[in-house]
Each structure stands twice: as C-alpha cells, then as structure tokens.
Design a protein around this ligand. Structure first.
Ligand code: SF4
Length: 308
C-alpha cells in the first residue's frame, strides 16, 4: 500500500509531465518577513520559528551554491528551485529577478516554487513569475494561508485575512499561474470540521496544489510559551491522520498534493512528539485512504460531476 496510489502527489505529477523524476531543492535566499520586521506586524505568526522548517541552513552560500550542493547525486536529473524560508517575494522586483534567474540558470533546473504570504505579492511580482512560465519553466506560487477563518488568522497573528488570499489567488490565476495553498491542521480553537470548511473555501476560490501540515509547536515561537503555560493542546496523530485523509478525500483529483504531513527536528520541535517522524502519519493517511477511498472519493455529487 503506497500513498501515491491514493493521491495525486507532486512527485508523480512531475514525473508524468517531465518523463522522469524531478527533485525539489530548498533554498534559503536570506529573505525576511514583513510580519516580523514591523512593516505589517512584529513577532511573526505565533507558530513560526523558520529554522524549524527550513531544510537548507547553508544560507551563507549563494543561491547557485546551495542548489548545486543539494543535488542528490544521480537520483534525479531535473530540479525545481524551492524558495522556502521566510517571505520569498519580499524584495524589489529587480532583486527578485536576480535571485530567481540565478536559480533558473543552474543546470537542469526546470522551474521555481516560491513560498510567500498572500499579502506580499504585488502585480509586478506576479508578472515576473508569469514571464518565467511563458518561457516554459514550471512555476508554483506557494501561498501560506493556514486557515480560511479570520478569527484563527488573527489569533495566530498572521497579519492578513482570508480576503487577501482570495485577491492574490485571483490575480495569480488571471496570469495563468499555479497556486499551491499551505494549510495547517490543529490550529488553536479549530476542530477537525473547521479544517474541512477551510478546504471547501479554498477549493471554491480554486487552487492547483495543496500542502497540509500538522501544527508544530517549536522552540523560539510565541506558541511555545503558550504551550508551556498549558494554553495550547497539540494535535494527536490520530486526529491529524483522520482530518488530513478526509481533506484529501474531499479534494478533486486534479489538485496536486505537494505534501500531506511535515516534520520538525528536535530539539527545535517541542510538541507533538510524533512530528519528529513523518512515517507514522504518512502510513496512517495511506491506510485511511485505502479503507475509505482515495483523493476525490468523498466529493459532494455536484463537485464530483464537475470533475468527470
Ligand atoms: S510563518 Fe511565514 S509569514 Fe508567518 S512570521 Fe513566519 S515567515 Fe512570516
């Protein structure tokens, strides 16, 4: 039983379209974040300690050096440059162009994945990304939404509401860009049903990709202090597996899953402890889908009919 038998995963999607494995290489391009430097807010999102999910810590290296050193030997011959850490559209267009182009100039690079906040993507940045797509590069705009509930976004100090996400998705789609939306399951004050409502709202707006992530409580975050005081309850693996799997079952088959769970390393990870190993959640989701049906199997009849 393999998870990719039940979901439309990014790895298979890329292999189908490029005819071979395409590997995603993470970059830390030394961006900051407007929700940390005072432009939009201070302190950042309450769950954020970027060091916990930035795979590439060699930020003293150039973008080219990071990508060259991350290439996994002979396992893949094509690559996507993933601008991952912090807000990767938070610079003037000329600076963004220099960085993105440096990545695309690396041998065997077929495109870009750019992670950012929905309220930090001006038209000029979208035009720049669309110009790479027009040249034949694969381009994904990865938007951190986390929840479609404004009350939750406020509670975790995101500094933007759902409306900012809708606006950016519409402007990206107007340029033909693909959007991958990041959602967190287990945010404070949210029940599993709320994650399904968030999914429904995101699907209504439309997106080409999704990335699911269990809430991690990490050292150095505001949430770490709340957790130590007993104000935050980490999500259990059982609740995460069921919620993530049901979200997948409620997702149309053409939407590409870039990720269905995530890990953080100790000692940065404080809770839940099961988040230090991706496999139990990964396997649990695969088992749930094998038993109840794979991606798209729980769609409302009207939505299912639209995908046939
Ligand atoms: S999660 Fe993203 S948007 Fe929030 S503070 Fe961290 S880098 Fe900024």
């Amino acid at each position: 039983m393999q998870l990719h038998d039940y979901i439309n995963g990014l790895g298979q999607d890329l292999k189908r379209r490029f005819g071979e494995k395409v590997h995603k290489l993470s970059i830390n391009a030394e961006f900051t974040c407007p929700n940390r430097d005072g432009t939009l807010g201070r302190g950042g999102c309450t769950f954020c300690n970027n060091a916990s999910f930035n795979a590439n810590t060699r930020s003293q290296l150039s973008i080219r050096e990071q990508l060259e050193r991350s290439k996994p030997g002979m396992r893949a011959r094509r690559y996507l440059a993933y601008f991952q850490a912090y807000t990767n559209t938070y610079a003037e267009t000329e600076a963004l162009q220099r960085m993105y182009q440096e990545a695309l100039d690396v041998a065997d690079m077929v495109g870009l994945c750019v992670g950012t906040r929905p309220d930090c993507v001006p038209d000029a940045t979208l035009d720049l990304l669309a110009s790479y797509q027009a040249q034949g590069f694969e381009v994904w705009l990865e938007l951190g939404l986390q929840s479609a509930f404004d009350a939750t976004l406020e509670r975790v100090n995101r500094g933007h509401g759902f409306a900012a996400y809708v606006d950016t998705v519409r402007r990206a789609h107007a340029r033909g860009l693909k959007v991958c939306t990041h959602l967190i399951v287990g945010l404070p004050g949210e029940a599993p049903e709320d994650s399904l409502v968030t999914l429904e709202r995101v699907l209504e707006v439309g997106c080409e990709g999704l990335k699911l992530h269990p809430l991690h409580i990490v050292r150095g975050s505001i949430m770490a202090r709340q957790w130590k005081k007993g104000e935050i309850e980490p999500i259990s693996i059982e609740a995460y597996v069921t919620t993530a799997a049901e979200m997948i079952r409620h997702t149309p088959a053409e939407v590409v899953y870039h990720r269905v769970t995530a890990t953080a390393r100790r000692p940065t990870l404080l809770a839940p402890q099961w988040c230090d190993n991706r496999w139990p959640a990964f396997n649990g989701i695969a088992e749930h889908l094998a038993r109840h049906g794979g991606q798209g199997s729980a769609l409302a009849p009207s939505r299912l009919a639209a995908t046939l």
